[in-house]
Design a protein around this ligand. Structure first.
Ligand code: HEC
Ligand code: HEC
Length: 145
């Protein structure tokens, strides 16, 4: 039993060094004991222009800033512009009909609880240097090749 636990510790230590050498495993550029000051947050893209989806099922990106927009049990700031009733005033696109569907595919009278927390799916973008390389190619480009 004693030998078994010693070898488990040895394996764990070996695995630890393997991770430390793997650049992808951490984006942290310093020893774990060092406290880094985070880089300044890049401002959100606020062009108000629709952005191309990378694949048809992608939740559209938010083309405006959302600083301070409250979305919790008590309030949903997004729906003050994007709900069915609000769009006449706000001229924002209405949340689509899929957002009224429950998990059985039934349409509810208002936004489904599973779509309430908008930022689970919809995000803003920032003009920032990518942390790792991305070689994603969209389907139209693939089809052309
Ligand atoms: C003050 C009104 C307002 C609020 C609040 C608001 N939006 Fe918007 N939103 C708009 C308008 C208007 C547009 C159309 C493009 C533009 O003008 O930015 C838009 C566009 C969008 C789009 C792009 C839709 C598409 O088809 O490309 C998404 C996604 C979106 N908003 C999500 C959100 C989310 C999520 C929140 C809350 C965190 C939110 N919005 C809060 C007004 C608002
Ligand atoms: C579980 C993921 C998810 C959540 C949560 C969610 N959405 Fe969406 N949303 C999507 C997807 C996927 C689409 C594109 C397909 C569709 O219309 O269903 C979309 C489409 C939209 C559109 C574009 C509609 C159109 O007809 O162009 C708006 C605006 C939008 N969502 C706003 C919101 C707001 C506001 C909330 C929060 C109340 C929200 N969404 C919550 C995934 C989500």
């Amino acid at each position: 039993m004693k030998y078994l636990s010693i070898s488990i510790v040895a394996i764990a230590l070996l695995a630890g060094t393997a991770f430390a050498e793997d650049k992808i495993a951490t984006l942290r550029d310093a020893a774990i004991t060092e406290t880094l000051s985070p880089p300044a947050m890049a401002p959100a893209v606020n062009t108000h222009l629709k952005q191309v989806r990378n694949y048809p099922e992608q939740p559209p990106l938010i083309p405006h800033k959302i600083d301070g927009y409250q979305v919790d049990l008590n309030a949903n700031k997004c729906l003050t512009c994007h709900s069915r009733a609000a769009v006449g005033e706000s001229q924002a696109p209405m949340i689509s009909i899929t957002h009224f569907m429950d998990r059985e595919g039934q349409f509810l009278a208002s936004v489904s609880p599973r779509r309430f927390f908008c930022n689970q799916c919809h995000v803003t973008q920032a003009e920032a240097r990518p942390l790792i390389e991305n070689t994603f190619v969209d389907i139209d480009t693939l089809l052309k090749q």
